[in-house]
Structure formats: C-alpha cells, structure tokens
Design a protein around this ligand. Sequence first.
Ligand SMILES: O=C(O)CCC(=O)C(=O)O
Ligand SMILES: [Fe+2]
Length: 370
Amino acid sequence: MCSNFLHTKHGTDCDRVRPVIINSIACPNRTTTTSITACNTTSSSRRHSRCSSMQSEAPPCSKVPTVDVGDLGAHHAEEPCQQEWERVTRELEQAFSDIGCAYLTGHGVPDHLINEMLSTGVAFFKQQEEVKIRWAKDMNLHGYIKMNSERFAGAGPELHEGFVFNPACYGPYNEEVPLFMTLLVPLHEFCRTLSRRLMTCFALSVGKNRDYFVNMHQDSGTKNSLSTYRLNYYPLASGDQEEVVGFGAHADYTTITLLFSNDSKGLQVRDSAGQWVDVAYVPGTILLLAGEFLHFHSYKRFKAPMHRVVVPSEYQPGRLHRVTCGFFDHPDSHQPMWPPSEDPTSPAPPNVKDYLLAIMRRAVDIGAKK
Ligand SMILES: O=C(O)CCC(=O)C(=O)O
Ligand SMILES: [Fe+2]
C-alpha cells in the first residue's frame, strides 16, 4: 500500500517497524528423540523441559511432520550452536523434500499475539459490509477482500473474505481496526526473526552460503517489501452442502508462509502421492509451508505444496468458523522468480513482483467474471 508501486487510495503514511525487545531464554543441552509413528509417516516429537512455556504437544498422527526449531526459535537472542543449525536444517530438509510443510514447535511466537490477531480479524469481518469495503483492496495488494471475490483454483466459488496488510505501513487501518497494527508490529518482529533463521537453514541445505536467501530479502520489514500478512475468514457452510471450497487449490508463491489458525478444520495439503491430506489444528504450533520461490531456488528439491481450504458444513461435528492469519514472506521485488538458465536462448525469469501481481490479478479477474 505504501510503497511506490503499491500505492492505494487508503493513504501513504508509513513508518518503519518499531523494534521490540525479544527476551532471551537459554536452552542449552537439548535432548532430542525422533520417532516414526504407526501411520507410516514420519513425525518428530521433542520435549524440552526448560522451555516448556514455548513448547506444545506433538500433533496427532499425521502426514505432516513436526519440527522443533529449538534454539532457532524467535525468542532466543543468542546465536544457536552449529549442531542446532544442522539438526533443524536436516529436519526441515526432510519435511520440505517430502510434503513441503511442517508444524513448527518451539517457534517462540507468543500465542497471545496470534490469538489476539485472529480475534481482531473476526471482529473486523463481523462488521457490516459497508464498513469493510471502505478498506477494499485495490489492484495492488493491501486491504479488504470481499467474500467470494477471488478464485485461485479458477472454477467455482471460494468462500472466504480477507484482509491483507504490510507491517511497515501505519495509518489507514488504525481508524477502523486499531488493533491490527498494534498487534502486527510485535508479531512481525518474531515472524521476521524466525523466518530469517529458517532461511539460513534452507541456504545451508542447498549448499549456499548461509546468507544466500536472507540477502534476497533485504527489504523485509520496510514499506518496499512484498511480504504481507493476510487474514482469511471462512464462515461455516450452510444448507444441504456437506462442505464448500473456502480457498481453491494453489501453491503459495512465497519463499515461506507461516500460517496461524484457530481451532477449526478445513486446510488440506496434497501429498507426494497426489492425495489430499487434512492438516489438523495443533495448539501452539505454526504451520510452515514452502512457497514457489523456495521450490525454484532449491532447484525443485523442496516442494511448494498445493493446498486448499474445504469448509465443513454447520451440520458436521467439530464445527467452528475458520479464521487464519498467514505471514507470506516474499523476496525483494527485483529478484528473479527462478534461477536464470545457463542457456542464453532461454527467456529470463520474471521478477518476483511481476510474477506475484500476475497471479493476484488473475484470481481477482476470474472472481469478477463469475
Ligand atoms: O486459510 C487457510 O487455511 C489457508 C489460506 C491460504 O492458503 C492462503 O491465504 O494462501
Ligand atoms: Fe496458501
């Protein structure tokens, strides 16, 4: 919204993100156990007694593995030791080469910030339409997205509404939804720290120098960054339908996505056999998804999984409207979406900004034609 090319009618009043103090909690001498679960899928389960306030239970048997980020958690100020970098790198590598996503434990992003962000989102979405559309998203990226106005899968309604914002932009949202930015500033400090550490692991994993990916995200935390937070709200399906599509099948075009959600059902990822797998809510975890940028820049070693939201009807057990907040971490606009080919006759890759805007515009255009 506030960058030169992402200018909207909502205003241009921007500032940099204010720093927050992240408490350091020393967790030396970690012990680790990895187990293969009975459902034929790999799942890592760790206990870390000295950091119990930031830990959570391992998820139920699932095809989605769990990675304890341990000393790489956003609440740790000290540089993790080499072994810890290597352990987390190995586990992420395994998860991303297989299904392309993982539950993160030990992440250090405070639950209360996540929960308040989600409940502030619900409060916003429950307002009258005429209030919400005052902040309608323009063709660039930020603001309110009306119910059923985008189609990522190209066919059929996608029953979500959303709100997209850049944490480095202050001002316009504060009038209507004051908590968004108040929460987002500290939340972003944690997410950004975590994301940079994960990117270091990916660089180590693909044999590059450790700053390889971080250096492609230098705009992170500024108004020029394409990285955004996006709240999605899915009302319950009603009527005779058992379920409706909340968000059509797509892969994220990010480097990584960190997804927070309430205790609701609906998210599915496609596994390497092409099966849709339910991704249950697991308290205290963040779902990490690899995006297409990482897929291409890892020379396709890491999967950017197709995923979708299928909202159960209100007649099903476990019903709860779904609300999610994703941190979509993108590289700097000018970065090539994939590594240029060595063949001089191959066309140059599009840059990240052009690639992203093309996808967003397509989703909105198809949504408008329905
Ligand atoms: O809301 C969800 O669970 C997933 C949303 C999503 O995939 C997205 O916003 O890209
Ligand atoms: Fe997504």
